[in-house]
Write a protein of this length. Structure first.
Length: 380
């Protein structure tokens, strides 16, 4: 029996630009890594490519002026919009500040409706512990004062102040309200800024727009998943990620003879335990992947068998009993007690989170992650 389980390796690529051949660069870099460490590419390996490098090679960028024009075209037939209400935006310089600039450039007035005490991924508008302890006794003036004096624990930014500065710098009127009750004032055109439940909210309010409705000529995800490049430019989520993953799979088969699985990944689905902030601000963890990565794991819980059913066995006898259970497990373990405690998440969510943690978001320079043995188990 091999002692090696899942291996996740970051693979360096050259610094790529628009028009560069990401498929060939990925293939050659993984081949180079394989030769460097003396480890062969095998059937069932996973090649994960970050969404950022795919979008970059696609040239999937837009300017604030381009976004502003699209907003005016969609909301007011090309004219400046009298009033736009932005419903539940995230608190982020990277994810929302430049999008906000585009909306302000397209409008005469911007109203923001903030959720309290945090945005949808846990960024605090006000200290959440203080708010939860005092919520019942707070009047609106006390809450507003607390919000306007609070600085984000990681960035040191007061987001209502930052967002006001951005909007007013565009010659646009700014106001905001806290969603602690039903807001009934005239809201003009409403844009739902939630990343993960925008479609559900839009089904309740069909006259509202979402961030996914804008710039769809450049990307099927619209502004969802967009990142700041600079104060006047955004990188969108990549286009046609599934097509890219399948073409990459074919190229690996041609060159290596191996049947690898391929995927494009963005933010992983994990939560910072100190700040309480979810990492995931992309609309999905994987916007594109090959067919073998569909579905969820089908696993039994080894600990349960070792500690219960086979608690009297030791050594080789225990190992063989566990291996036999794995070999004879049902093809679908959903609802089976022997799988309790395992993680019934999508394979692409698990693999994408693993890849994101491996590559990081800083200066590692490894936008490709090579994952081995993920689909092997104790009996292999």
């Amino acid at each position: 029996m091999s002692n090696i389980g899942t291996i996740s390796m970051g693979v360096k690529l050259p610094i790529l630009r628009q028009g560069d051949d990401l498929i060939e660069e990925t293939l050659m870099s993984v081949i180079g890594a394989s030769n460097e460490i003396g480890m062969e590419i095998s059937d069932g390996d996973v090649i994960a490519v970050t969404e950022s490098i795919l979008a970059r090679t696609q040239g999937n960028y837009v300017s604030v002026d381009m976004v502003s024009k699209n907003i005016k075209d969609l909301l007011n037939d090309g004219d400046k919009v009298p009033h736009i209400t932005l419903y539940q935006p995230v608190l982020s310089r990277n994810r929302f500040a430049v999008i906000l600039r585009a909306f302000a450039r397209a409008a005469d007035r911007i109203t923001i409706l903030f959720t309290v005490p945090t945005d949808e991924v846990g960024n605090e508008l006000v200290d959440r512990h203080w708010y939860n302890e005092n919520e019942e006794h707070l009047d609106n003036d006390e809450l507003i004062e607390a919000v306007e004096n609070y600085k984000h624990r990681f960035t040191g930014v007061n987001y209502p102040s930052l967002y006001r500065e951005i909007v007013e710098s565009e010659g646009c009127r700014f106001d905001y309200f806290l969603i602690t009750h039903n807001y009934t004032d005239d809201m003009g055109k409403v844009v739902i800024c939630n990343v993960h439940d925008a479609d559900e909210l839009q089904s309740w309010y069909p006259s509202y727009y979402t961030l996914g409705d804008f710039m769809t000529n450049k990307c099927e995800w619209g502004l969802l998943g967009a990142n700041k490049v600079d104060e006047e430019k955004l990188k969108l989520f990549p286009r046609n990620a599934t097509s890219f993953a399948k073409r990459l799979q074919v190229r690996f088969k041609e060159f290596t003879g191996k049947n690898v699985e391929c995927m494009v990944y963005g933010d992983g689905g994990f939560k910072d335990p100190v700040g309480g902030i979810w990492e995931e601000l992309d609309p999905v963890i994987s916007p594109g992947f090959t067919d073998g990565l569909s579905g969820t794991p089908n696993e039994i819980k080894l600990k349960a068998f070792a500690d219960d059913k086979y608690s009297r066995l030791i050594g080789d006898e225990l190992s063989e009993a566990i291996k036999s259970e794995i070999r004879h497990k049902k093809s679908d373990m959903v609802g089976d007690m022997s799988s309790q405690g395992t993680t019934p998440r999508q394979l692409t969510d698990l693999l994408g989170s693993l890849a994101d943690l491996t590559s990081g978001s800083g200066d590692k320079g490894t936008p490709v992650v090579w994952i081995k043995n993920y689909f092997k188990n104790y009996s292999d």
